[in-house]
Design a protein around this ligand. Structure first.
Ligand code: PLP
Length: 382
């Protein structure tokens, strides 16, 4: 019998999303836990993929991505944020946001480097930093508004700080950074070599006329940032696992040294289809309205319940505080909700290292009308 080597991630189990999805399936519950749409993507996009497959574009793409797609990405960023990235040398197409995040951390974080993350945090940041010997420093944002106290955050900075990871709009809280947040960040990193990994996979899902303030809008931040996005979120195709990293050439050159051995290149026909599809800006500019209607439908449906609906400024997640309904911890509450009321959610404590329990759960509203209707009906019985 061989002796297993020590686990490199001894504290890591299966993600909460897989756990809740499994519980939902076992209990035939409506799955509002994992962040994926339960409706079909646009058939025009599906036809385009089919077209390029049949045309014979089925072999390796260039390592950094198909130029037609990179050009469309550069155009989108320029139109949205007046920021320029050179398509060929500053944009890399990746196998989803997750691979871009992994590669960015693998590229720059070395042993004992400190990386600041904001909690509640998406689950892949911390283990990836640890895998490369980095040390995670956490700043906890708390219910109900998840504001960042930048004076307190500043205390986490040290001479070993290598990277700050931002997630804007934030999953799970739905919080969107404001001008003041970005200005505070500019002051904090000024004169340092700190890099910023800006996870903006929900960039086009911002509500109530608010603007998404991308890191790339600010030259002082853009020049030290890796901007990460996901077509899975943009075009309702999370299963295609395709996204990108936009970063100044000096950072992109390093990023690609790892990218080429991590994945080398990404699905050719899908890249070509996305490039064609992106030519019509309405395909992504209409996303805010599309998801705002879903958010409002869910909120309206739950308004008479005892849940407290926290502000959802962006993303496709609505947070509910349930302390008027139960004093159970959020994990237990989410479990009971799935088993007894047939609605699966994600407990917020799973987004905090120290399992901060503020009696909040997350619901994904990227779902068909009828799915949301059923969920509202079940939740209204509580
Ligand atoms: C905040 C955040 N970042 C990154 C990702 C990963 O994106 P992808 O599915 O393209 O890998 C997700 C997916 O849910 C996410 O919510």
């Amino acid at each position: 019998m061989i002796q297993l080597p020590l686990s490199k991630l001894s504290n890591v189990g299966t993600t909460i999303f897989s756990q809740m999805t499994q519980l939902a399936n076992e209990n035939e519950a409506i799955n509002l836990s994992q962040g994926f749409p339960d409706f079909m993507p646009d058939s025009e996009l599906l036809d385009l993929v089919n077209h390029f497959i049949k045309k014979g574009f089925n072999q390796y793409a260039p390592m950094g991505g198909m130029i037609s797609l990179k050009e469309e990405i550069a155009r989108k960023i320029e139109n949205s944020h007046a920021a320029i990235y050179h398509p060929d040398s500053e944009i890399t197409v990746t196998a989803g946001g997750t691979q871009a995040i992994f590669t960015a951390i693998a590229t720059f974080v070395k042993k004992d480097d400190e990386v600041i993350i904001f909690e509640p945090a998406y689950d892949c940041y911390e283990p990836t930093v640890e895998l490369f010997g980095g040390i995670v420093k956490r700043f906890e944002m708390k219910a109900p508004d998840y504001e960042i106290d930048w004076n307190a955050m500043k205390n986490l900075i040290s001479e070993n700080t290598k990277m700050i990871i931002l997630n804007n709009p934030n999953n799970p809280s739905g919080k969107v950074l404001k001008e003041n947040d970005l200005q505070e960040l500019i002051k904090i990193v000024e004169g340092t070599s700190i890099l910023i990994l800006s996870d903006e996979v929900y960039e086009n899902i911002v509500f109530d006329g608010k603007q998404h303030l991308s890191i790339c809008k600010y030259p002082e931040l853009k020049n030290r940032s890796l901007l990460i996005a996901s077509f899975g979120k943009l075009f309702h195709v999370t299963g295609w696992k395709i996204g990108y990293c936009a970063a100044p050439k000096i950072l992109t050159d390093e990023f690609r040294k790892i990218h080429q051995f991590n994945v080398f290149s990404v699905n050719t026909p899908i890249q070509l289809a996305l490039a064609e599809y992106m030519k019509d800006e309405n395909h992504y500019n209409s996303l805010n309205v599309f998801f705002q209607e879903k958010r409002d439908f869910l909120k309206q449906g739950l308004v008479t319940t005892s849940f407290e609906l926290l502000d959802c400024e962006g993303t496709y997640f609505q947070s509910l505080r349930y302390d008027k309904i139960s004093d159970k911890n959020d994990f237990e509450f989410a479990r009971e909700l799935t088993v007894n009321h047939k609605v699966a959610s994600v407990p917020f404590s799973s987004f905090y290292k120290n399992k901060l329990n503020e009696h909040v759960i997350r619901l994904c509203f990227a779902k068909k009308q009828e799915t949301l209707e059923k969920a509202i009906e079940n939740l209204s019985k509580l």
